[in-house]
Ligand binder design. Structure first.
Ligand code: PLP
Length: 465
């Protein structure tokens, strides 16, 4: 089968990213464009259009008017996902050899940018729930103790990365954390890939957007949490701690010289659609419907975890002795395609289209799952074994560039990793280049992979002694 024929395959329910639900919730402006002769719209950087970094043209106009609307200094569209813009943001903040403080559960794109530029991550651990197997939002108390343990004398820390919300929708109260960073004169980049729409909706009891919490750089994945096509993203710039010329330089460093005109138009349309009153009312309705779906499923005694993102349905499969990977295979076989299987849970994304019949279908399949699936007796989450603060033993960029050889993971104990070990989703790195592989981490990975055989490549590249 060719890729193009697979792309037309129908599923009963597509509960994954992108959030436009296979076109159903694409903005009208983009639908109009897509109805034209196929490919007609595939234009190069003509002077009238320009690019995200040009000082004139329609893209520049759109970015300027959107930034003005949100009272920020600048915003830039991106066509290599939130990943690409997060990486540009990091390179704008730090030079090679400088340190950035970040939670252990950052997205893998952060680690790749650090490896590329030899920017050294100082990882801080994050509270973990044994009940759900998920990282918890960061409290002010936790963050203060992280800061109290930092050695500012020995390490040139130049910035902080925060992630909120997480994949499952847990959201951190960012403002007090950003305040602590600013008291130390440190700029903050917030990876808000999963929370773009928080910026547009008031009065729905959604988390306060990072942009409204004084972050210096905020990255939104427009295909994950607005109605953009895959790869669309935006970075917002505020405050005086990140120099604009550095940001522009680093976007330019990583951006293709041929950004796709359809994707750039999708960036514009997906944001502007939420500024249109009628569309916004429709989306608000979808969010309220999502809250209702949650309540109805709870009433039917389906074990769900409530997070701050109503568009995520987090099914706690472990409650009935079923791991999330087994449940995922079951739902997939029955046409309900989820987004994120984990050991204890399975997360579904409702997206922005109307989810007709969802409650009925979900309930029916849940009952079938209970009858037909073998249960585990001892399904238990184990906290990933990290210290409160941890820096790779060898600078990440050096380890990344070193000569390595491949060994089975089980034989890598005590060696220095030249690899990123990072199951996707959720795309959180367990071992990064320059870290020594300890027995706790191997044990942790082995436990996880007994539930998910594909979870990791069982070989790892390590440095020669
Ligand atoms: C927290 C987080 N940040 C960033 C990204 C990258 O987003 P994108 O796929 O738009 O590059 C992801 C992707 O899964 C993510 O989960």
């Amino acid at each position: 089968m060719s890729i193009s024929s697979f792309l037309t395959k129908k599923f009963l329910k597509s509960l994954f990213f992108p959030s436009h639900n296979r076109g159903e919730a694409l903005p009208k402006g983009l639908i109009r464009l897509l109805k034209k002769q196929p490919g007609f719209w595939d234009l190069p950087e003509l002077p009238e259009i320009g690019s995200p970094l040009s000082s004139s043209g329609l893209i520049n106009d759109a970015q300027k008017s959107i930034a003005k609307k949100f009272n920020t200094k600048k915003c830039f569209f991106g066509v290599n996902g939130a990943s690409g813009l997060i990486q540009s943001g990091i390179i704008a903040i730090a030079n090679p050899g400088e340190y950035i403080l970040m939670p252990r559960n950052v997205h893998v794109s952060v680690i790749k940018a650090c490896a590329l530029q030899n920017i050294i991550p100082i990882f801080f651990d994050v509270e973990f729930s044994l009940e759900t197997g998920h990282y918890m939002p960061i409290t002010k108390k936790w963050f203060t103790s992280v800061f109290n343990n930092l050695d500012f004398e020995k390490k040139r820390i130049v910035g902080v990365i925060l992630v909120s919300p997480y994949y499952q929708g847990y959201s951190t109260d960012l403002e007090p954390l950003i305040k602590i960073c600013h008291q130390h004169n440190l700029p903050v980049l917030v990876d808000e890939a999963h929370g773009s729409y928080f910026l547009f909706c008031e009065n729905l009891n959604l988390p306060k957007s990072a942009l409204r919490s004084n972050a210096d750089l905020v990255v939104h994945s427009l295909h994950k949490s607005l109605n953009g096509l895959t790869q669309t993203a935006v970075i917002w710039h505020n405050g005086n701690l990140v120099e604009e010329k550095n940001l522009i330089k680093s976007i330019n460093l990583l951006q293709t010289t041929s950004p796709n005109s359809l994707l750039l138009s999708s960036c514009e349309e997906s944001i502007k659609d939420w500024l249109n009153k009628d569309s916004l009312d429709k989306y608000k309705k979808r969010i309220l419907e999502a809250k209702k779906i949650f309540r109805e499923l709870k009433k039917r005694e389906i074990p769900l975890i409530e997070t701050q993102d109503p568009l995520k349905i987090v099914l706690k499969t472990s409650e009935v002795g079923i791991d999330g990977f087994t449940a995922d295979r079951f739902f997939y076989k029955n046409g309900l395609i989820a987004e994120l299987p984990e050991m204890m849970t399975l997360t579904f994304c409702l997206g922005f289209s109307k989810q007709k019949d969802f409650i009925f279908l979900f309930h029916r399949l849940w009952k079938k799952l209970l009858i037909h699936t073998k249960k585990h007796h001892h399904l238990k989450a184990i906290k990933p074994p990290f210290r409160l603060l941890q820096t790779p033993e060898i600078p990440i960029g050096v380890a990344w560039r070193s000569k390595t050889y491949s060994v089975p993971l089980a034989e890598s104990l005590g060696k220095i990793s030249g690899d990123i070990i990072c199951p996707y989703p959720p795309g959180i790195p367990l071992i990064v280049p320059g870290e020594r592989i300890d027995k706790e981490r191997i044990a942790w990975i082995e436990t996880q992979s007994s539930y998910n055989k594909d979870l990791l490549n069982s070989y790892i590249r390590v440095l020669h002694n």
